[in-house]
Design a protein around this ligand. Structure first.
Ligand code: MRU
Length: 351
């Protein structure tokens, strides 16, 4: 049973990629038109678009923009492919952790190499494939949502971290897709949204999108999660993922690991909701996942004001890795994967 949600985060319209500017939510709602592959690189890097599946689609659109640019000034197919490959590497270098970006850009590049036609035909095929991936993303999220809703207890208090919602995808969301589908079946569920320091995706984005949809949501700061778990208010945790290793170790927004440890201590099920495109079977464990180091300003400043001593040391990893033994299940579009994840992940890719 799916829920009707209106938010569309990114959309290919008239040869440009239209996206919600997530840097100014919740105070302002504005869309921006990304017209070049350079603009797409900066939109991803500066988090105008963010969230693993959404930046995957942004990467696919970025490749379509690159092909349109190259089609105008390249006459030889070999040169077109070589330059497109350079653009692919450039777009993929915008953010390192979410593997959906590499997945989508590589898919576009593979298609470009396979097409036997002219440069024009290759460009058209890349554009169409970007639109296809965009539409598939929503369908995948709805399927994931329906699988996930099966494990949500009646009247559950559900904790989520960061924003794994419609805004982190083309629409509907992964973790918040599970919440949307659960809410459609049982309007008595309640959501606890971690603020998610330092960029506050939980406060700025998750509360915005869930309250738009009328889903009861309470904002808490990151350090409060164990307290509410100990009070019996949290019945399950569901979060998204940026990259899942072949053994189930999962990179997600910094702070997720702490939530998983707290959930284990309190005997609360901890679920990951992510499409198969987030699983990187080329890496055996989470130790191999590259972790993005973000600007120190995110930690030293709130709303342009310094909040700490000016000469203090800063370190700001954007993600952490939750070890597989803390994860109850990985909700995917093909069902819920259970431990042992090495086996269940292998099996789902063999299907
Ligand atoms: O730095 P962000 O905002 O791109 O990080 C987003 C997350 O960590 C999400 O939880 C993850 O991408 C899953 S989104 C469906």
């Amino acid at each position: 049973m799916t829920f009707k949600s209106k938010i569309k985060t990114i959309e290919w319209i008239d040869n440009c990629s239209k996206m919600i500017d997530q840097t100014i939510l919740p105070n302002e709602f504005k869309t921006v038109d990304i017209k070049t592959s350079d603009e797409m690189y900066f939109a991803i890097k500066n988090m105008i678009v963010r969230g693993a599946p959404a930046i995957g689609i942004a990467g696919a659109h970025g490749m379509a923009l690159a092909a349109i640019e190259l089609e105008k000034n390249t006459s030889k197919k070999e040169e077109f492919i070589r330059k497109l490959e350079e653009r692919a590497d450039f777009i993929k270098s915008s953010r390192p952790t979410a593997v959906n970006l590499m997945w989508a850009v590589d898919k576009q590049m593979k298609l470009a190499k396979e097409i036997q036609g002219s440069i024009k035909e290759i460009t058209q095929a890349i554009i169409e494939n970007g639109i296809k991936l965009e539409n598939e993303d929503i369908e995948i999220n709805k399927r994931m949502g329906d699988f996930g809703a099966e494990v949500v207890p009646i009247g559950a208090g559900i904790l989520t971290h960061c924003n794994a919602g419609a805004l982190a995808t083309v629409g509907y969301g992964t973790a918040l897709g599970v919440i949307r589908s659960a809410f459609a079946k049982d309007p008595s569920i309640k959501v606890f949204a971690d603020e998610t320091r330092p960029r506050q995706q939980g406060a700025r984005l998750t509360t915005w999108e869930l309250t738009q949809d009328g889903i009861p949501t309470t904002l808490i700061t990151d350090g409060m999660c164990s307290y509410f778990m100990s009070k019996g208010l949290i019945d399950m945790v569901v979060v998204g993922a940026d990259r899942i290793a072949a053994n189930g170790d999962t990179a997600n927004k910094i702070g997720t690991y702490t939530v998983a440890i707290a959930a284990k201590y309190h005997n609360i099920p901890f679920y990951i909701a992510a499409p198969l495109s987030t699983i990187d079977i080329s890496i055996k464990t989470g130790k191999e996942i590259p972790i993005e180091e973000r600007s120190h300003d995110e930690v030293t400043h709130i709303n342009d004001d310094w909040i700490c001593a000016k000469n203090v040391n800063i370190i700001n990893p954007g993600f952490d890795v939750t070890p597989n033994e803390l994860i109850t299940g990985i909700i995917t579009e093909k069902g819920i994967l259970k431990p042992n994840f090495t086996d269940s992940i292998k099996k789902v890719f063999e299907k």
